[in-house]
Structure formats: C-alpha cells, structure tokens
Design a binder for this molecule. Structure first.
Ligand SMILES: NC(=O)c1ccc[n+]([C@@H]2O[C@H](COP(=O)([O-])OP(=O)(O)OC[C@H]3O[C@@H](n4cnc5c(N)ncnc54)[C@H](OP(=O)(O)O)[C@@H]3O)[C@@H](O)[C@H]2O)c1
Length: 251
C-alpha cells in the first residue's frame, strides 16, 4: 500500500509566490492546503489533493479555524507578506504596524500554531519567505527590511531550539520580483504624505525598482527554493531565490 501524500500549508496563495508554491507542490504529488484571505477556487487546478481555506495571518481566530480545518500537516510555508516602499518620514505608525503584524508577527503566530504537532511527531518543516533586501540594505525600505530581518533572526534562533525535536526551520530569500502583485498590493500603504524634500530621491528609487533590464526573480524560482527547503534535509538555512538574490548572496 502506498503511503498518503505529505501535506503542505501555504499562506498567501491568492497571487505571486504563494500561488506558484501551491501549484508546484500540487504538481509534485503533495496534498496542498492553499490559504487565502478570500479563497478563490479558479486560481489552482482542481485536485482531490487541494484544500482551499480562508486565512488572515494577523487574526488569531482565523489561524485557529484554519489549523483545525487543515488537520495534520507536514510543512508550513509562511509566504504571506506585504510591502512598503517609502521614506520613514512618510510612513504612518499604523502602516509600520501593519507591515510587522503581517510579515513578522503573522509568521511567528503561524509557526507557533504548527509546533505542537511537529514536536509530538518529531517531524515537520517551517519555511519562512524573507527577502534579499536583508542581504543588501536599500533605501525607502527601512520598515519592510526591519520586518524581514526580524524574520531571519527569529528563524535562525528557533531552528536551534527545534533541532532536538527533529523539526526543521528554513529561510528563502527571494530577490526583486516585479511580476507579482506585491507592488500593486503595497500601493494603498504608500498614500501617507511624504515630505516634498524626498520627491526627487523617491522618484529615482521608484524608477530603479521598475527597471527590468537587470536580473529579477520569478515566482517559479521561489517555488523551487521552497521545494528544496521543504524536501532536502541538507538544504542550508538561507536559500536565495532568483538570479539577483543568488548573485547577492554569493557576493
Ligand atoms: N515581490 C517581491 O519583489 C518580493 C521580494 C522578496 C520577498 N517577497 C516576499 O514574498 C512574499 C510573497 O510576495 P509576492 O511577491 O508574491 O506578493 P503578492 O503577489 O502581493 O502576494 C502576497 C500574498 O500575501 C497575502 N497576504 C497579505 N496580507 C495577508 C494577511 N494578513 N493574511 C494572509 N495573507 C495575506 C496576499 O493576499 P491578498 O490577495 O488577500 O492581499 C497575497 O496572497 C511576501 O512575504 C513578500 O514580502 C516579495
């Protein structure tokens, strides 16, 4: 008798990396719990191995309901995240809080939610999607980079305390990916008023971010890196994903 497929739960599957990660694990025979704030059944191919569940990683009740409905899982991919490209003087505290609530505290809350089952089974892997901006500081990303650098530090410390239970924790560091909905989804948080003194500098940074002449990261690069982090016990703690991120990590 063949063993049942392993199960991965992925956060933020409505677009971008999360959607591609869910697609790749489905295509490779895994059971996939694809979570979205507003689940849509038209994004992923129909499959008996696919379960769509609502999940907002900033909402404790939503996390509890999702974990209950998902049942046992073997891997958690904390992918859900939001961006914010603005000078700190133009970032309202509420926007900074929203970035940390989603990127950092959402990752922490989801990780905590899976640990009891992983520890008891002495198996399981958590993959946290961070960013290559934690390797090379860039302007207008102070709050976002802070939220992801915290994820790196959190992950690397947690890995040490979970190793005795054979639970693995890994980081995937994607580079700049203009092909996802990341920029568009960040736009509402970028309406806070920015002092005029930053206008010229801000425009130059925005132009650099839109540039597609230099190497960029594609969603499938990230999905492959997550696949490796989940399935290869020898994978390093930090896996850069995308040509730009790989070059940065090697520099
Ligand atoms: N694109 C890049 O350049 C880049 C580079 C490095 C790292 N990253 C990181 O990669 C991850 C995925 O980004 P992406 O480029 O694929 O962007 P994306 O297309 O905007 O996807 C982000 C996903 O996160 C979800 N999400 C946002 N807030 C959420 C919440 N509170 N609860 C649950 N889901 C939530 C979004 O869902 P909704 O549709 O409901 O908003 C969406 O599905 C993020 O962690 C991001 O920080 C992105």
């Amino acid at each position: 008798m063949s063993s049942p497929p392993s199960t991965v739960l992925v956060t933020g599957c409505s677009s971008g990396f999360g959607l591609e990660i869910a697609r790749l694990f489905l295509a490779r025979g895994w059971r996939v719990v694809a979570t979205m704030r507003q689940p849509r059944s038209d994004l992923l191919p129909p499959s008996q191995r696919l379960q769509l569940l609502p999940l907002d990683v900033t909402d404790a009740g939503s996390i509890d309901r999702c974990m209950e409905a998902a049942g046992p899982i073997d891997a958690l991919v904390n992918n859900a995240g939001i961006g914010l490209l603005a000078p700190l003087e133009g970032i309202a505290q509420a926007s900074a809080r929203e970035v940390f609530e989603t990127n950092t505290l959402g990752t922490i809350a989801m990780t905590r939610a899976v640990l009891p089952q992983f520890r008891q089974r002495r198996a399981g892997v958590v993959v946290n999607v961070s960013s290559s901006v934690t390797l090379l500081p860039l302007p207008l990303l102070s709050v976002y980079t802070g939220s992801k650098a915290a994820v790196n530090a959190f992950t690397e410390s947690l890995a040490l305390e979970l190793a005795p239970f054979d639970v693995r924790v890994r980081l995937v560091l994607p580079g700049r990916a203009p092909g996802t909905r990341f920029g568009e989804n960040a736009a509402p948080r970028m309406q806070d008023s920015v002092p005029a003194a930053y206008a010229g500098f801000r425009e130059r940074v925005f132009a650099a971010v839109r540039d597609t002449a230099t190497p960029v990261t594609h969603a499938h690069d990230v999905a492959e890196a997550v696949w490796r982090a989940v399935t290869d016990p020898a994978a390093p703690m930090r896996l850069p994903a995308g040509a730009d991120a790989v070059a940065l990590a090697a520099a």
